[in-house]
Ligand binder design. Structure first.
Ligand code: FAD
Ligand code: SIN
Length: 531
């Protein structure tokens, strides 16, 4: 058994922020299930939202966030996060994140994205996440009190029932994790554990999220007795590249912020013309749920494979300077975005729901905290406003750290923990089954629990989940764990939480749209699942 003061699960923006804020006073271990930079943070393109120039206001940022969230945001949380945003950006700048400066000598160049009434997104060209990840990782690697542990896959949280002197305490004392290098399960004990494991996008066939976004933290917290909320609100990004070889490359919303237009492709009635104005007066800059649904509608109505996103009317040097990575990537695929439109489709992008936390990042289980995409903090409501997510990671990563440090004396020393049950030593003889079930889940989630839902489709998905639950459960009990099996078990758990949440919401609100209940109910209510 290895012991630490604090254990952080996840090395993205939320996890590393928490670790850096604790390391002055505590010994922290940060584990990641693969390489340290493999989470969604490193993939972020657009940037981070904050009120940073005159003419903009906290009130406007709060209002935009709440309009997108369709009545389900917690206003107190929104105000807190929006108010903390400028300082969070300053902290990143001090760590060396080279945010773009304005061309007229302004400190920041601010871009605009859907749902924002003002330019307020700081960015590092079109690869903000990579710069943020690099700066946080470098700072963490330099800190003597932070131990970075890649290739360590958390399996389950450790509570009183795992102690050698069994107790019924629901307090969390660390976790069991699979070490990819030794292929053994280790026990990691800590006085406080922070889940910063990101989202669950890979429950869907088409997603912009990285391979590891399998909802591990949500599933672990759920199994440990924590409430999970608003899982039906899966965000679909309107503009993922349509390409038969490259399935998950995002085309940032900042492109639409700089005037890119959505058009029907040639060869259909109205080909080459814009269509968003028919759906919303904000046209291409309407919130994501509206744009994604409009594209989905046009694709289905006209039997298209994709629609076009066109910025070729802007000056070519401007486009290359602002979107250098996207430009190069597309050019490599034979698309010159300065001269021709980009084929795009919606794809799953962000998990709005998650583990319920308070303003200090506390979950329902004593000693267990959570921050970032794994949580439902009240910030996003029924639909996340663009570029509010990295911000949430920074604010809640810091809040969790602050609360742990302030309440250190009240957190119990971990007990002696029983080692992982090594009786399950049989290696599976049918690894291929895991891949098959994984593919099956992602396909029916895409088809039955996607952008437009019906009760019948959700029930279809639920029946499949119930059947697979038995199979996967048996598999998990009988065979030695592997990273793929750990992820499959979590993916199925999270798919179930999504479908159950979607079935219980008998209205259309934000990202949840069902043909059976197309209206929004008078009263806005969170979906809270209690284990
Ligand atoms: P992540 O950065 O996803 O990190 C998760 C970490 O948890 C990883 O280190 C992973 O290894 C680890 N982990 C997971 N499970 C386990 C386990 N079982 N055991 C051990 N470790 C585990 N948001 C914005 O605000 N602005 C943007 O411009 C933006 N652009 C985006 C572009 C793309 C393509 C995508 C996919 C998302 C974008 N987002 C953006 C969303 C944002 O990037 C994420 O919500 C945010 O980075 C999540 O950070 P996180 O720290 O919560 O998790
Ligand atoms: C994007 O750049 O379009 C993604 C921004 C986000 O997800 O917040």
């Amino acid at each position: 058994m290895s012991s630490f003061d604090v254990l952080v699960v996840g090395s993205g923006a939320a996890g590393l922020t928490a670790a850096l804020n604790l390391a002055g006073t505590h010994k922290v271990a940060v584990i990641a299930k693969g390489a340290l930079g493999e989470g969604a943070t490193g993939w972020a393109q657009g940037g981070i939202a904050a009120v940073l120039e005159e003419g903009d206001s906290f009130e406007a940022h709060v209002r935009d966030t709440m309009i997108a969230g369709a009545g389900l945001n917690d206003e107190k949380v929104v105000e807190h996060v929006v108010g903390a945003a400028p300082e969070a950006i300053e902290r990143l700048a001090r760590l060396g994140v080279p945010f773009a400066a304005g061309s007229g000598g302004e400190r920041w160049h601010l871009s605009r994205e859907g749902g924002h009434s003002h330019r307020r997104i700081v960015h590092v060209a079109d690869a903000t996440g990579s710069a943020v990840q690099q700066a946080l990782e470098t700072a963490a690697a330099r800190h003597p009190n932070i131990r970075l542990v890649p290739d360590m896959v958390a399996i389950d949280l450790v509570a009183g029932r795992h102690a050698t002197n069994f107790s019924t305490s629901g307090a969390i004392h660390g976790l069991y994790a699979y070490n990819r290098k030794t292929k053994r399960v280790e026990t990691l004990a800590a006085r406080a554990t922070i889940l910063a494991t990101g989202g669950a996008g890979r429950a869907y066939l088409y997603s912009t999220a990285p391979r590891g976004a399998t909802g591990d933290g949500i599933a672990m917290a759920w199994r440990a007795g924590c409430r999970v909320s608003n899982m039906e609100f899966m965000q679909f990004h309107p503009t993922c590249l349509y390409n038969l070889a490259v399935k998950n490359f995002l085309i940032t919303e900042a492109l639409r912020g700089e005037g890119a237009q959505l058009k029907l492709p040639p060869g259909v009635k109205g080909g080459g013309t814009r269509f968003m104005e028919r759906f919303d007066e904000r046209a291409e800059l309407a919130p994501r749920d509206i744009v994604a649904r409009a594209i989905d509608h046009e694709i289905k109505r006209l039997g298209l494979d994709y629609v076009h996103l066109d910025i070729s009317h802007r000056d070519a040097d401007f486009v290359r300077a602002h979107f250098p990575n996207i430009y190069e990537r597309l050019l490599g695929l034979g698309i010159d975005m300065t001269a021709e439109p980009i084929p795009v489709v919606p794809a799953q992008h962000y998990t709005c729901g998650g583990v319920v936390v308070d303003l200090d990042g506390r979950t329902d289980a004593p000693g267990l905290y959570a921050a970032g995409e794994v949580t439902e903090s009240g910030l996003h409501g029924a639909n996340r406003l663009a570029s509010n997510s990295l911000l949430e990671c920074l604010v809640f990563g810091e809040a969790a750290a602050r609360h742990i440090a302030a309440s250190w004396g009240e957190l119990p020393e971990p007990p002696q923990i029983r080692p992982w049950d090594e009786s399950r030593v049989t290696a599976s003889d049918e690894e291929v089954v895991i891949q098959q079930i994984w593919g099956e889940i992602r396909r029916f989630m895409w088809n039955f629990v996607g952008i437009v839902r019906t009760t019948k489709r959700l029930e279809r998905a639920k029946r499949r989940i119930d059947m697979l639950r038995q199979e996967v459960g048996e598999y998990y009990r009988n065979f030695r764990v592997t990273p793929d099996l750990i992820e499959l078990r979590n993916l199925l758990e999270v798919a179930d939480l999504i479908v159950r949440s979607a079935l219980s919401r008998q209205e259309s609100r934000g990202l949840h749209y069902t043909l059976d209940y197309p209206q929004m109910a008078a009263q806005a209510k969170d979906t809270v699942l209690v284990p």
